[in-house]
Design a protein around this ligand. Structure first.
Ligand code: FAD
Length: 528
C-alpha cells in the first residue's frame, strides 16, 4: 500500500462533483494543503446530469423560499463574473394561457420579486409581451389560448462538466493533490476521530492511505453509503429523486418555462449547444445513482408535454437522454417536488460525536461556490486557520487572459474550430494551440461532423486527468454531447489515447466496449 509518507494534508475531500471540486479549490486558494479523490471521473455523478441552469428558480418563490432565491441570484452574478466563458445569460419566455386574474397577479408579483431579489444583477429586467410579440419571438408556440408571455433572464452553464474540471485544475494549480478514478473505501480512525481515508486507485489497482486533519464527505447522492461505516444511527440523511432530460433536434428559438398539462409541474424547453433540452422529471429513486436512466414513462411524459406546447417542433427526433439523482436534505411526508433544494452541512462531531469529518448534504450547482466557501470557513475554524475565501473574485482558469492570435494565425485553423476551442476551454484554448503547434497532426479534426481537434485528446489525458474514453468525450471535449456522441470516431480517439496510457490491443478494445456501455443508457430512446 502506498501512503503520502509522513505528510498529513489539512483537508481530504471525498467526491469530485461540483461541490467537492469547489471545496478543494477554495481551500487550496486559501493555502490549505488539500487532497481530492473521485471514485469515477470528475463530474461524472449528478454534476454532469442537471438542467444546466444557473438560476434562482421561480418555483422556490412559490414555496416562499426567498432566502434561497436571493443567495442563488447573488451566486448567478458571481459565476457570470468568474466564469464568463462557461456561464451565459439566457433569455426565457414564460407563456400565459387563458390566465385567470388571480394567476396574472400572482405571476406579476413573482416576476417583480425575482427582479427585486437580484438587486446587483447585470441581466436585463423582466418584460411583459402581448400575444403578437410572443408569437413573433417564438412562432412555434401553441397558439390556442395564448394571451402573452413574460420574458425574463437567468443563466445557463452548457458545459457544466468543464466547470467541474476547471475547479479541479485551479485546485491542483494551487497545490492540491488530485486523484481521479480513486475511491475512498475506508475511513482511517484514531479513536473517535477520523484522520483520513484509504483510497483505491481503480485504474492503477493499488491502495493509498491519505492522512488528513479534516475530511469532507462531498459524495452527493452516494453520501449515506460513504458515511455509513462511521454512523451508529441508521437514519439516512438524504432523500433521492430522479430527474431525466431529453436531448432533441433543435426545436425552439428561446428557452421556455412551461407548466405540464397533465400534472401542472413546471418543466423547461431549452436551447443547448446545437440541440434542445426538455426536462425534467422528479420521482423518488432507490438504488445506485450511477445506474439512473430514463424509462419509457419519463420519456413519453416529457415528449407529450413538449409536443403540446410546440405542436410542430421535432421532439420525436431524440439524440439521447440523461438522468440524474438529486441528493435532497431528507424530508418525509411531502411530494418530491416540494422538498427544499437548500443544502445543509452535517457536522458529525456535533451531531454524533465523530470528530474530524463533515458531510455536505444537498445543494444546487448554482450555489456550489457559496457552499464551498461555507464548508471551508467551518473547517478553517476547526483547524484554527485564518484566511478568507477568494473564489468570488478569482476567475476560473479559462477566464484568465487568452491572447493567442499569433498562434491562431500560424496554425490557420478554421474559424469554426477556433470558436469551438474557445467555447470549451476559454482562454485555456492557448494550451491546445501550443500542442498543435508542436505537432501539426494534432490540429486535424477528430470527427467529420464536429469542430474539435486531436490536440484535445492529448490535453485531456496530460493536463486534465482523463483516463477513459468517457472521460475525454463526455466530460472534457464535449464531443460525446453531440448527436453521434463520438461513436463515429471512437476508434480514432482510442488510437490516440492508447500510447499515452499504455493500452495494448486488448485494453484498447475493452475501453471501446466500456464507452459503448457507458452511453448505452443515454441512447436507449435515440432515434438517430
Ligand atoms: C435532474 C436534475 C436537474 C438539476 N438541475 C439543476 C440546475 O439546473 N441548476 C442547478 O443549480 N442545480 C441543478 N441540479 C442539482 C445539481 O446537479 C446538484 O446539486 C449537484 O450536481 C451536486 O453536486 P455534488 O458534487 O454534490 O454531487 P455529484 O456531482 O454527484 O458528485 C459526487 C461525487 O462523489 C463521487 N463519489 C461517491 N462516492 C465516492 C467515494 N467513496 N470515493 C470517492 N468519490 C466518491 C461520485 O462519483 C461523484 O462524482 C439538478 C439535479 C438533478 C438531478
Amino acid at each position: 500500500m502506498r501512503s503520502l509518507g509522513d505528510r498529513t494534508v489539512d483537508l481530504l475531500v471525498i467526491g469530485g462533483g461540483i461541490v467537492g471540486a469547489g471545496i478543494a479549490r477554495d481551500a487550496a486558494l486559501r493555502g490549505l494543503s488539500v487532497a481530492l479523490v473521485e471514485q469515477d471521473d470528475f463530474g461524472s455523478g449528478t454534476s454532469s446530469r442537471p438542467t444546466r441552469l444557473i438560476h434562482g428558480g421561480l418555483r422556490y418563490l412559490e414555496q416562499f423560499d426567498f432566502g434561497l432565491v436571493r443567495s442563488d441570484m447573488r451566486e448567478r452574478e458571481t459565476l457570470l463574473g468568474i466564469a464568463p466563458h462557461l456561464v451565459f445569460p439566457l433569455p426565457f419566455l414564460l407563456p400565459l394561457y387563458r390566465p385567470s386574474l388571480f394567476y396574472q397577479l400572482k405571476l406579476r408579483i413573482g416576476m417583480q420579486l425575482y427582479d427585486a431579489l437580484s438587486l446587483e444583477k447585470s441581466l436585463p429586467k423582466r418584460q411583459h409581451l402581448d400575444r403578437a410579440a410572443t408569437l413573433a419571438a417564438e412562432p412555434s408556440l401553441q397558439p390556442d389560448g395564448l394571451a402573452g408571455a413574460w420574458r425574463f433572464y437567468d443563466a445557463q452553464v452548457p458545459l457544466v462538466e468543464r466547470l467541474v474540471v476547471e475547479n479541479v485544475v485551479d485546485a491542483a494549480d494551487h497545490g492540491a493533490l488530485v486523484l481521479n478514478h480513486a475511491r475512498a473505501v475506508e475511513f482511517l480512525r484514531d479513536g473517535e476521530r477520523v484522520v483520513g481515508a484509504r483510497v483505491r486507485d481503480a485504474i492503477g489497482a493499488r491502495d493509498l492511505e491519505i492522512r488528513a486533519r479534516f475530511t469532507v464527505n462531498a459524495t452527493g447522492p452516494w453520501l449515506d453509503e460513504t458515511i455509513a461505516p462511521l454512523r451508529r444511527k441508521k437514519q439516512r440523511l438524504l432523500r433521492l429523486t430522479k430527474g431525466i432530460h431529453l436531448v432533441t433536434r433543435r426545436a425552439t428559438e428561446h428557452a421556455h418555462v412551461l407548466f405540464a398539462r397533465s400534472d401542472r409541474r413546471l418543466f423547461f424547453v431549452l436551447p443547448w449547444l446545437d440541440a434542445t433540452i426538455v426536462g425534467t422529471t422528479d420521482t423518488d429513486y432507490v438504488g445506485d445513482p450511477a445506474h439512473a436512466a430514463a424509462d419509457e414513462e419519463d420519456v413519453r411524459y416529457l415528449q407529450a408535454e413538449a409536443r403540446h406546447a410546440f405542436p410542430n417542433a421535432p421532439f420525436d427526433d431524440i439524440y439521447f437522454t440523461w438522468a440524474g439523482v438529486r441528493a435532497l436534505v431528507r424530508e418525509e411526508g411531502v411530494a418530491e417536488g416540494e422538498v427544499s433544494r437548500k443544502h445543509a452541512l452535517f457536522d458529525h462531531e456535533r451531531r454524533e460525536g465523530i470528530a474530524g469529518v463533515m458531510s455536505v448534504v444537498g445543494g444546487k450547482i448554482t450555489a456550489y461556490r457559496a457552499i464551498a466557501e461555507e464548508v471551508v470557513d467551518a473547517i478553517s475554524g476547526k483547524l484554527e486557520r485564518r484566511g478568507r475565501s477568494s473564489t468570488a473574485e478569482q476567475p476560473l482558469p479559462g477566464a484568465r487572459g487568452g491572447d493567442f492570435a499569433a498562434r491562431e494565425r500560424e496554425l490557420s485553423l478554421e474559424p469554426a474550430t477556433l470558436a469551438q476551442l474557445r467555447r470549451v476551454y476559454g482562454g485555456r484554448a492557448r494550451e491546445l494551440l501550443e500542442l498543435a503547434a508542436g505537432d501539426r497532426s494534432l490540429a486535424l479534426p477528430l470527427c467529420p461532423h464536429h469542430h474539435g481537434v486531436a490536440a484535445e485528446v492529448v490535453h485531456a489525458v496530460k493536463a486534465e486527468w482523463a483516463m477513459t474514453l468517457g472521460d475525454v468525450l463526455l466530460r472534457r471535449n464535449a464531443l460525446g454531447l453531440s448527436a453521434c456522441q463520438g461513436l463515429d470516431c471512437i476508434g480514432r480517439v482510442a488510437d490516440q489515447m492508447a500510447p499515452l496510457l499504455g493500452w495494448d490491443v486488448d485494453r484498447r478494445r475493452k475501453e471501446i466496449e466500456d464507452y459503448r456501455r457507458e452511453v448505452e443508457p443515454m441512447r436507449r430512446f435515440s432515434t438517430e
